[in-house]
Write a protein that binds this ligand. Structure first.
Ligand code: NAI
Ligand code: MG
Length: 338
C-alpha cells in the first residue's frame, strides 16, 4: 500500500531540502505517492494566488502534506499561508519535538515535546487601532480568544500523546496569575484533564516566565509541555536553540481534517539556491509523518540515521559547523538507512 501525500516544495531553500527529504523517505522502503502542489511566493509568481484552490483540494483529498517553508511578506501583502492552512484544516495541535544530538548544541540531554495550541489565543488576529484626537493610531488593541473546547482538545491531545509515546509528565505552561481569564481558563482545564490521567501521566504547571528560565537552566526536567499559541511559538524556538538551532527542529500541525508536516524554520532567503541548507529539520518532520501514518519503525530508523550521520559520520552542514552540502547530508542519511 502506498500513502498519498501532498508535497509542497515551498520557497527559498524549500525545493533543496524537500528533494533531500524525499530521497530519505524513499530509502525507508515505505511507499509514497506524491501529489506535488504549489503555495507561497512560488504560487504567487505562477497564479497570483499564494494558496491556490488546487493545493487546498489536494490536501482535502490526501489529508496529509509535507511542506517546505513559504515566504510571507512582512507587514503588508498577503496573510500567512501557514496561518490560512491551520484555519482551513483546523490544524489545532502544533507538535514540536526537541531532542539533543551529541556533539552539537549547548545541552546534551534534552528530550522534550512542545505541544502548542495552533488556532486560538492572541494569534486570531482580532486587532484594531483607536483614534485619540487627531492620531488615528494612538492606541492599538488586540483580543486573545481562548475557548474551553479549544483548551480541552489541545490539553487532551498532549496527554494522549504522552500515553502513546510512553512519556511520564505533562507540564501546562500559562500566565494565569496575570491573565486570569484567557490563561486562567487554560490552567483550569489543564488541572481537570490532568486529574483524569492521575496515576498514568504526571501533571504540573509552570508560569511562562519561570518555564523559560527552567528550560535554559535544566532543560532535561521537561517532558511534554502544552501551552497556548504565542507562548508555544516562543518556547519552541527557545527549545530549538538549546540543541543547536532551527536546522534540527521539525514540527507537525495536526488537525481533525488533515496533518501538515514541516520544518520549524523559514525559507532562509540568505542561503537559498546555494545548496548549503541543512535538510535535517524537514527530514525529521518526514519521520514524524511516518509515525503519523503508522510507520513508526521507519520513523525511528530515520531519526537514528540523522543522529548517526551528525554524531558518528561527522557529516554536518554549515549551520552546525561543518562543510557538507544539502545533498551530501541527505545522501549520508540515505546510506545510514540502507
Ligand atoms: P528563517 O528560518 O528562514 O531563517 C533564519 C536564519 O536561520 C537565517 O540565517 C537562515 O539562513 C537560517 N536557517 C534557517 N533554516 C536553515 C536551514 N535549514 N539550514 C541552515 N540555516 C538555516 O527565518 P526568517 O529569515 O525570519 O524568515 C524567512 C522567510 O521565511 C520569511 O518570509 C518568513 O515569513 C518565512 N517563514 C516561513 C515559515 C514556514 O513556512 N513554516 C516559518 C518561519 C518563517
Ligand atoms: Mg514561530
Amino acid at each position: 500500500m502506498s500513502h498519498v501525500v501532498t508535497l509542497i516544495p515551498g520557497d527559498g531553500i524549500g525545493p533543496e531540502i524537500t528533494a533531500a527529504t524525499r530521497k530519505v523517505l524513499q530509502a525507508t522502503g515505505v511507499k509514497f505517492d506524491w501529489d506535488e502542489q504549489i503555495a507561497g511566493m512560488a504560487a504567487v509568481d505562477r497564479s497570483g494566488d499564494p494558496l491556490p484552490d488546487a493545493t487546498v483540494d489536494s490536501i482535502r483529498r490526501t489529508r496529509l502534506a509535507l511542506k517546505g517553508p513559504l515566504t510571507t511578506p512582512v507587514g503588508t501583502g498577503f496573510r500567512s499561508v501557514n496561518v490560512a492552512l491551520r484555519k482551513e484544516f483546523e490544524l489545532y495541535a502544533n507538535v514540536r519535538p526537541t531532542r539533543s544530538i551529541a556533539g552539537v548544541g549547548k545541552f546534551p540531554n534534552v528530550d522534550l515535546v512542545l505541544v502548542r495550541e495552533n488556532v486560538e489565543g492572541l494569534y486570531v488576529g482580532v486587532e484594531h487601532f483607536v483614534r485619540v484626537g487627531d492620531d488615528p493610531r494612538a492606541v492599538a488593541e488586540s483580543m486573545a480568544i481562548v475557548t474551553r473546547v479549544g483548551c480541552e482538545r489541545i490539553i487532551r491531545y498532549a496527554f494522549e500523546y504522552a500515553v502513546r509515546n510512553g512519556r511520564k509528565k505533562v507540564t501546562v505552561v500559562h500566565k494565569a496569575n496575570i491573565l486570569k481569564m484567557v490563561s486562567g481558563l487554560f490552567l483550569e482545564v489543564g488541572r481537570a484533564v490532568g486529574a483524569e490521567y492521575e496515576g498514568r501521566v504526571a501533571f504540573n504547571d509552570l508560569i511562562i516566565d519561570n518555564a523559560a528560565m527552567q528550560m535554559v537552566l535544566r532543560p532535561e526536567q521537561m517532558d511534554v509541555m502544552v501551552t497556548t499559541n504565542m507562548f508555544g511559538d516562543i518556547l519552541s524556538d527557545l527549545a530549538a536553540g538549546l540543541i543547536g538551532g532551527l536546522g534540527l527542529a521539525p514540527g507537525g500541525n495536526i488537525g481533525t481534517h488533515a496533518a501538515v508536516f514541516e520544518a520549524v524554520h523559514g525559507s532562509a532567503p540568505d542561503i537559498a539556491g546555494k545548496g548549503v541548507a541543512n535538510p535535517a529539520a524537514l527530514i525529521l518532520a518526514g519521520a514524524m509523518m511516518l509515525d503519523h501514518v503508522g510507520e513508526v519503525g521507519a520513523g525511528d530508523r530515520v531519526r537514528a540515521a540523522v543522529a548517526r550521520v551528525i554524531e558518528q559520520d561527522q557529516v554536518r552542514t554549515r549551520d552546525l559547523g561543518g562543510t557538507a552540502t544539502t545533498t551530501e547530508f541527505g545522501d549520508a542519511v540515505v546510506r545510514r538507512i540502507a
